[in-house]
Design a protein around this ligand. Structure first.
Ligand SMILES: NC(=O)C1=CN([C@@H]2O[C@H](COP(=O)(O)OP(=O)(O)OC[C@H]3O[C@@H](n4cnc5c(N)ncnc54)[C@H](O)[C@@H]3O)[C@@H](O)[C@H]2O)[C@@H](O)CC1
Ligand SMILES: Nc1ncnc2c1ncn2[C@@H]1O[C@H](COP(=O)(O)OP(=O)(O)O)[C@@H](O)[C@H]1O
Ligand SMILES: [K+]
Length: 500
């Protein structure tokens, strides 16, 4: 897993590398600059006029080193150094000296920033503040960031856009860039929707910081990688039979919303469940039987919706919610089925809406379950938040209270566990912002729980494979035309690529 470290830990990682590799701090900075300029020179030809806006800390030191290296590559380079109340770091001073041997136009900005400051640049590099930012930029720093944002050049941030805090709430002004080239590990802020407008597309540059430190350091935040998922998916053995892979029950669909039931059922079958039973209202019986012949159908007493259920003993997991509506008879049956089912449950869509309105939601969810709200559903469950970092706290809090996994969906869907861990997903694309893709996820997760995966593992595998199928589908069909059924069509390829 890719660990996401706090600013304090990143600083300790730098220091540990300097001490134990060992490498002089200035040489480590040189390596960071080299990683940046390697990326840069592969993408921008040397006719581009490059502007580099530096602070006087180590991020500014990087900026000066990058200026020197790009100059050596033959780029026309101009440097601005913002001189407010920030101290000069030692490595900034050293790189300032080293730059003196090169003919680089260098301008200090200390009192006032002219609006048209950066008009002549084709590419602008932001090296004002890095991860050392500790408060909102003010005075000359704020003015320069505003000018930077007004410039029309292609903009690239060194490590992190200036003004953005890596692991806590930020306030404007914040540099808005097209690319963020960050060192060694992604920052927590990159994974939150509120930062998207600043960071653009982000790339991690390996600058050889200590692998040992990263391996040993404690963290609760992770970005899921393909390697993790491959390790989690259990291989099948020769004598396995359908009983080995569990029996799942899906309670989904109602009159006019049988599509949700079909999508979740097909997704469950494509995710390896041994047996699947779908509970459907009478109006959905023939629809289900003819569209999903592999699934058994249990029929409700009601024509149009979920109102009652029968013996639950044979099921290993239950998925409930997609398309069930919130009619009072369904609400009653929903609460009752949760109270009678002691095994893990996936609760989605209308199931979550019912839960939000229920006075005692903490008592009805069986421990070890998975809740899959999108942002709006999560707000209904826990109330508003003012900042995405606060949302993460609320997510962990709910997971703890329910002793279950809370999976908030969106770009970088986040899995929170009762132990306070957060896993961020990196697969998926905006083509998946279309009706029914959530129902597919419910089917996948229910199938994984039925196969005996813990809620934590099922959520990690499920969210990754769901996005991965979406990426495979989008690469063939494009994002605009992508529909939820395409995810099901590409699930086999996704699972095949992820299995050992
Ligand atoms: N050896 C290392 O530690 C390495 C550091 N690197 C670079 O160093 C950066 C971190 O360096 P620093 O810790 O010097 O951080 P910054 O370059 O972000 O500068 C922090 C300085 O700014 C001051 N400051 C914070 N907020 C301010 C505000 N709002 N207004 C005015 N001053 C403010 C702080 O007191 C501190 O003196 C990284 O982002 C990365 O770019 C890279 O060169 C890789 C190696
Ligand atoms: N921009 C995006 N990037 C990645 N995944 C996305 C994006 N937009 C939506 N998705 C995924 O698509 C699914 C949408 O689910 P949901 O909102 O419940 O839709 P529905 O209720 O219509 O099925 C989620 O798994 C979400 O993570
Ligand atoms: K920066």
């Amino acid at each position: 897993m890719t660990k996401i470290l706090t600013v304090k830990q990143i600083k300790a990682l730098d220091e540990y590398t300097i001490q134990h590799e060992p490498i002089a701090s200035i040489e480590l900075m040189e390596r960071a600059c080299r990683a940046f300029t390697t990326w840069f020179t592969e993408r921008f030809h040397a006719l581009n006029k490059v502007g580099i806006v530096c602070g006087t800390g180590n991020n500014g030191g990087d900026g000066l080193g990058i200026a020197r290296q790009l100059k050596a590559w033959g780029y026309p380079v101009k440097v601005w150094v913002v001189r407010g109340n920030m101290k000069e770091s030692d490595d900034f001073k050293e790189n300032f000296k080293r730059l003196a041997g090169y003919v680089v136009d260098l301008v200090n900005i200390s009192s006032e920033a002219d609006k048209g400051l950066f008009v002549e640049c084709d590419v602008l590099i932001d090296a004002i503040f890095g991860s050392g930012l500790s408060r909102k930029p003010e005075g000359i720093y704020a003015q320069v960031i505003q000018c930077f944002n007004q410039a029309t050049a292609t903009k690239i941030a060194v490590d992190i856009p200036s003004g953005l805090m890596a692991d806590q709430k930020s306030e404007e002004p914040i540099a808005r860039v097209t690319y963020t080239l960050t060192f060694q590990l992604p920052k927590l802020a990159f994974l939150l929707p509120q930062s998207q407008q600043y960071i653009g597309e982000w790339t991690v540059l390996d600058i050889g910081l200590s692998k040992k430190f990263i391996k040993e350091v404690d963290t609760t935040n992770y970005l899921l990688t393909q390697k993790d998922i491959k390790r989690l998916i259990k291989p099948r053995s020769k004598f396995d039979h359908k009983g080995t892979f569990g029996h799942a029950l899906l309670i989904s669909g109602s009159f006019g919303k049988m599509g949700a039931a079909i999508l979740s059922a097909k997704a469950a079958l494509r995710s390896g469940v041994g047996l699947l039973t779908t509970h459907v209202p009478q109006c959905g019986y023939s629809i289900m039987q003819s569209s999903v012949p592999e699934a058994m159908a249990q029929v409700d007493d009601d024509d149009n919706r979920f109102t009652a259920y029968s013996n639950l003993e044979s099921y290993n997991a239950l998925g409930i919610g997609p398309g069930i509506g919130t009619h009072e008879t369904s609400v009653k049956a929903f609460i009752s089925v949760l109270k009678s089912f002691a095994k893990p449950v996936v609760i989605d869509a209308d199931g979550l809406n019912i839960l939000s309105a229920h006075s005692n939601k903490y008592e009805v969810v069986p421990p070890g379950s998975i809740l899959t709200p999108h942002v709006k559903e999560f707000k209904r469950l826990v109330g508003e938040w003012s900042d995405d970092f606060e949302r993460l706290e609320k997510q962990k809090e709910l997971a703890l209270q329910l002793r279950s996994v809370v999976l908030v969906k969106g770009a970088h869907s986040t899995v929170a566990t009762p132990e306070g861990k957060l896993y961020f997903n990196g697969t998926g694309n905006p083509g998946m912002a279309t009706g029914g893709t959530g129902d597919v996820l419910t089917g996948i997760l229910t199938a994984l729980l039925a196969q005996g995966y813990t809620a934590e593992d099922a959520a990690r595998i499920g969210v990754y494979v769901h996005g991965f199928a979406g990426d495979l589908a989008a690469s063939d069909k494009g994002m605009i035309s992508l529909i939820a059924s395409d995810l099901i069509e590409y699930l086999p390829a996704a699972f095949k690529l992820l299995s050992r």
